[in-house]
Design a protein around this ligand. Structure first.
Ligand SMILES: [Mn+2]
Length: 293
């Protein structure tokens, strides 16, 4: 019998070493938000997509308030004709603008949030992309214990992963720092919830801005999380585009290659000095950092 040796992550990294290692994206909000929100592109999505394509990005991340409220047929067409993709659908507006939460003490709010998240999953199925679980997990309501909160979230994520699996949609749980959200702040804590739900389409989503607050050693955290990482946000510790302050993105990229991650890196950054300039400088720097791996 001929036994094929298992490939290591290092082999995978070597195999793709001559190709492009990552696909680059920018998080764009369809709502016009405040300039203090980390979306370099805001408002008209066609305009944002045109800008990203012309700058040389591979994808756009969608920040949308209502997945049923917008006409997106043109986006699927555009992606197919232009080798462009949607890297993920962000669902933070469901919490910040629509006041939905997967861990609300109110059963009807939890049901409404689940129904809405299924609409995001349907949209992700249509656009061949994944869904981010960030702030929509909700903060701890004073009437709940941490154990009850964790159980509500585990139940919700289990149901959503089950719904998304036949559609080949992944869910990713973002590790968000303590001043934004109450739980799953560090990469290790997000990994624990991913282990608890234990679904093949449920992964950890890392963000360098949050990691700069939460992780004692960003590189060690990435390597420990390893194959559980399913999506990546890049932005500086002060939320500027990569290279706008001082984080060592070359090291971060090197650790991602080491664990075999070759998916999207999406920029979730403040529109500074202005959105388009941030996108342009961010991509130039990403290519420079990638060349230094
Ligand atoms: Mn993020």
């Amino acid at each position: 019998m001929h036994i094929i040796p298992l490939q290591t992550n290092e082999d995978n990294a070597a195999m793709i070493s001559d190709e492009k290692r990552f696909r680059y994206s920018v998080s764009a909000s369809i709502e016009q938000m405040s300039p203090k929100t980390p979306f370099m592109l805001q408002g008209d999505l066609r305009e944002s997509v045109d800008i990203l394509k012309s700058l040389g990005y591979d994808a756009v991340e969608l920040q949308i308030r209502n997945p049923c409220d917008i006409e997106l047929n043109w986006l699927a067409d555009f992606c197919e004709k232009n080798s462009f993709s949607v890297s993920a659908i962000g669902t933070g507006s469901e919490y910040t603008l629509n006041h939905l939460s997967l861990t609300s003490p109110d059963v009807q709010t939890r049901r409404n949030t689940l129904a809405r998240m299924k609409e995001h999953i349907d949209l992700a199925d249509y656009l061949k992309t994944d869904v981010i679980v960030g702030t929509v997990r909700g903060n701890l309501d004073p009437s709940l214990s941490k154990a009850q909160y964790t159980e509500y979230l585990r139940e919700a994520l289990t149901e959503l992963c089950g719904y998304a699996l036949p559609k080949k949609v992944n869910l990713v749980l973002e590790a968000i720092n303590f001043y934004v959200t109450d739980f799953f702040n560090s990469v290790g804590q997000a990994s624990e919830m991913v282990e608890l739900v234990s679904a093949s389409n449920f992964k950890v989503h890392i963000d360098t801005h949050h990691m700069a607050v939460e992780e004692a050693d960003m590189i060690k955290s990435i390597e420990e999380c390893g194959g559980r990482i399913g999506y990546v946000h890049f932005s500086e510790n002060n939320r500027l585009y990569p290279g706008g302050n001082g984080l060592n993105f070359t090291e971060v990229m090197r650790s991602l290659v080491k664990i075999g991650y070759s998916g999207y890196i999406a920029l979730e950054c403040l529109p500074k000095p202005d959105g388009i300039t941030g996108c342009k400088l961010g991509l130039e720097n990403l290519r420079k950092f990638e060349g230094q791996i």
